[in-house]
Each structure stands twice: as structure tokens, then as C-alpha cells.
Design a protein around this ligand. Structure first.
Ligand SMILES: [Fe+2]
Length: 170
């Protein structure tokens, strides 16, 4: 599916999230205690520097735009928030284990990777198309400006409207 350019920053984040999910899968499959901890630490850094801000941006800029056209409890809004809550809970659990010399269980990393992958698919296949269909071009352009302004000065970013690239397939 051709993604609207206004959503490129978030789709690029999704690509990075899928790479992270894959790394969690690999560590879970290998099931080596040192490898599991290393993968957990790596993911925790990605969450801290990138993914938590991505979730926050969707909640502050994308969902409110969609909520202008859909009920606040529509499937897309409700499911996005529910999945964000579940992933935050899993990250909290992971961070909690990282503060102790506890074993990082393979099933936790595997479950987190799977949740993240399903979440990216949901947003790319359901949430983003719903926003693209409902919102006007001007609203999408304004939302992109908000995304870019909000992430300037953070590690997130780059200009979304400059490159003429096709968003990745999910
Ligand atoms: Fe997302």
C-alpha cells in the first residue's frame, strides 16, 4: 500500500520497530542467558530513545485527528490504545527484570517481539489507512508538521516530505 507522505516519519519508526522485534525473536530462539539479557538491554535502549516517543506522538497527533471523524471508542482508536498499554506493560516488566540479576526469560522477549510486530501490522493496515481516508490533505499536512516539530531536537526525525520513497510493506 502506498503510504501518505504525512505518515512517513511514523512508518520509518515502524520499520525500526520490526527490526527490533526480529532481534528479540532471534535472542528468544537462541535462548542463551547472556544473549537474552543483551537483547533485552538493547531493546530497552531503543524504547527509551525512540519507541516511547513514537507511541506518544501517535496518541497526541494521529489519534486526535482520527477522533474528529470517528467515535473515540472506534475500533482503530480503542485497539491502538489497548496495544500501546499492553506493550508498555511488557516493557515495564522487562525494565524491572533488568534492574535485577534475574534471568530474562525467552518467552518474555518472544512475546514482546510478537506484540510489537502485530501492533505495527495493525497500525499500517488499519489505523493509518483510516486516517488517510478520513482526514483532508490540509489536516494531514498539518499533522506532519506537528510530528516534525515535535521530534526536532530528539533522536527521532528527518524531514518526511523530502524523500520520494515508498513506505515499507507490512
Ligand atoms: Fe506505531
Amino acid at each position: 500500500m502506498k503510504r501518505h507522505q504525512s505518515l512517513y516519519p511514523l512508518s520509518r519508526d515502524h520499520h525500526h520497530a520490526l527490526v527490533s522485534a526480529r532481534n528479540l525473536d532471534i535472542a528468544a530462539e537462541a535462548n542463551d542467558p547472556d544473549g537474552l539479557r543483551h537483547a533485552a538491554e538493547r531493546f530497552a535502549r531503543f524504547w527509551e530513545s525512540d519507541l516511547q516517543w513514537h507511541f506518544s506522538q501517535e496518541e497526541r497527533f494521529v489519534l486526535p485527528l482520527l477522533a474528529k471523524y470517528q467515535a473515540p471508542d472506534s475500533d482503530e482508536v480503542r485497539e491502538t490504545l489497548s496495544q500501546h498499554t499492553e506493550i508498555r506493560r511488557m516493557v515495564d516488566e522487562l525494565n524491572n527484570k533488568l534492574t535485577r540479576p534475574a534471568l530474562i526469560e525467552a518467552h518474555l522477549l518472544g512475546a514482546l517481539g510478537e506484540s510489537l510486530r502485530n501492533h505495527v501490522r495493525f497500525e499500517e493496515n488499519r489505523l493509518f489507512p483510516a486516517v488517510e481516508t478520513a482526514a483532508t490533505e490540509e489536516e494531514l499536512r498539518r499533522m506532519n508538521e506537528q510530528l516534525e516539530q515535535d521530534r526536532s531536537g530528539t533522536g527521532l526525525g528527518g524531514c518526511a516530505l523530502a524523500p520520494k520513497i515508498q513506505a515499507p510493506e507490512y
